[in-house]
Design a protein around this ligand. Structure first.
Ligand code: MTE
Length: 310
């Protein structure tokens, strides 16, 4: 982000939707043998799912396609180009996976991800996501609210923030072999933000397990904040008394603050935040306050100057 000037749009993004669908339909009709028969039906099924707004937190906007969501990514552990995470995450092993939860909690946890998730019912949530670089998508996530996990470990009265940490595996993550950022990637939320019902831990999208490039097997999703707060491939969460350091703030403090709420009235030093391009569309859309979630989350920031706390 701090080093990318203009996001490169892979030519695959420029295929107009109807053409893309008809190419797949064509493949499924003629491809009765060989690889196309194998690929075409499952690709079509991915984009038919899910059916649309179901719960109170879902947007009713049309989800981005599975291909858009899985080929245009930021995940610097696999490279800085938007196409790098899909191209270079093939050696990453998201199973088995252990998560540690520590700090100011009554019940520390150091558990296999399946055991951590077992007590909870998975939910599907269709969220608008907005990157600070000026693009956005609509993503059908699968996962559980972060609050469910946090309540189980019982934060003590000293806990005021949650610090998150991405796995450090340079042997599987080629981007970590270069010091583009200070690894491991770290992020943080205030405890009330972390406990908000919109704050979600995703384990999947489009009804299936998370692809490596989207942060397998376990990532944060905070839809009213710029995308970089939604840290991927998490191995540790620590409840802290003071504001934890965050990777992009350490890298460029004047550009990325701790809060990083989507706010069309506060420009990034190099990019206006007033409009955005929805991946797959050609025009620009107006960016909404708190990414359209103001009604649900503005109470968290009552009395705060959001220009100062950017
Ligand atoms: N998490 C880690 N560990 N490393 C990253 O580089 N990039 C962030 C965020 N989480 C990033 C990360 C940024 S800038 C964005 S916009 C989102 O992931 C993109 O998530 P997506 O590719 O699933 O849409």
């Amino acid at each position: 982000m701090s080093r990318i000037q203009v996001p490169k749009i892979p030519s695959s993004e420029l295929t107009p939707e109807p053409l893309y669908y008809s190419r797949r339909t064509w493949l499924s009709l003629v491809g009765l043998s060989g690889i196309s028969a194998f690929i075409a039906p499952s690709a079509a099924a991915q984009d038919r799912w899910p059916q649309g707004k179901q719960g109170p937190y879902d947007t009713d906007e049309k989800p981005s396609t599975f291909r858009e969501i899985t080929t245009y990514n930021n995940f610097y552990e696999f490279g800085t180009d938007k196409s790098d995470p899909a191209a270079y995450s093939g050696d990453f092993k998201p199973k088995p996976w252990t998560v540690r939860i520590d700090g100011h909690v009554k019940k520390e946890a150091d558990v296999q991800l399946e055991d951590l998730l077992k007590p909870f019912a998975v939910e599907d949530r269709i969220y608008r996501m907005r990157c600070v670089e000026g693009w956005s998508m609509v993503i059908p996530w699968r996962g559980i609210p972060l609050a469910s996990i946090l309540k189980r470990v019982e934060p003590t009265s000293k806990a005021r923030y949650v610090a998150f940490q991405t796995v450090l595996r340079p042997e599987e993550m080629p981007g970590q072999r270069r010091r583009v950022l200070d690894w491991p990637y770290v992020e943080g939320l205030r405890l009330d933000e972390a406990l908000h019902p919109l704050t979600f831990m995703a384990t999947g999208l489009y009804g299936r397990d998370l692809p490596n490039q989207n942060g397998a097997p376990f990532r944060l999703v905070v839809p009213w904040k710029y995308g970089f707060k939604s840290i991927k491939s998490i191995v540790r969460m620590t409840l802290t008394a003071t504001e934890p350091p965050t990777t992009w703030n350490l890298s460029a403090p004047d550009e990325y603050g701790f809060y990083s709420n989507v706010n069309p009235e506060v420009d990034h030093p190099r990019w206006s935040q007033k409009t955005e391009r929805r991946i797959g569309e050609f025009g620009k859309r107006k960016t909404l306050m708190l990414n359209g979630y103001a009604g649900l989350v503005e109470g968290l920031y009552a009395g705060m100057d959001l220009k100062k706390h950017y």
